[in-house]
Design a protein around this ligand. Sequence first.
Ligand SMILES: [Zn+2]
Ligand SMILES: [Zn+2]
Length: 181
Amino acid sequence: MRINVSQQLKASIGSIRKYEVSEIVNVAGGKSMVQGEVGLMRTDRGILAKGTLHTEVEVTCSRCLSLFSCPLTLNIEEEYFPIKDVVSGASLPLPEEPGCFTIDEHHVIDLTEAIRQYALLAIPMKPLCRGDCAGLCPNCGHNLNQGPCDCLPQETEPHWSELNKLALASDAVVNEQKGTE
Ligand SMILES: [Zn+2]
Ligand SMILES: [Zn+2]
């Protein structure tokens, strides 16, 4: 997503222009459609790009290992610094911020790299294809979202005994408190 900001660099500080974003961006090896609106604001140092974008990336469910499309919301806020003065054409020193984004010598900013970085950060560490993903059978590896497997249903029992233990423990606490009164 490339935007020429030469006019805006000449505008007064605080002036904002809005742009519709509708762009295919390569995120984590897959192509994702990114859509939303970005406002570009003239700052004392450059141009601040700010907006909310939406996209989806293909990720692997951490429980059942199936591929699914994970929706992401990207709250972009990045300042872009000109490498050339828009009026005089003189080279400008860049701020000493590592990895800062620049406005190239043709006064163009490219939002693609920022979008890619924000999307990578927005991908959950342990993605789930759905909140109640049943995962894989630890015995045979069957995807339990597609129905039960032929293994004996040993899985549900430990849960119940855990619950019973908890119930017994809380009873014991109640009794203890009664006893001390
Ligand atoms: Zn899953
Ligand atoms: Zn199984």
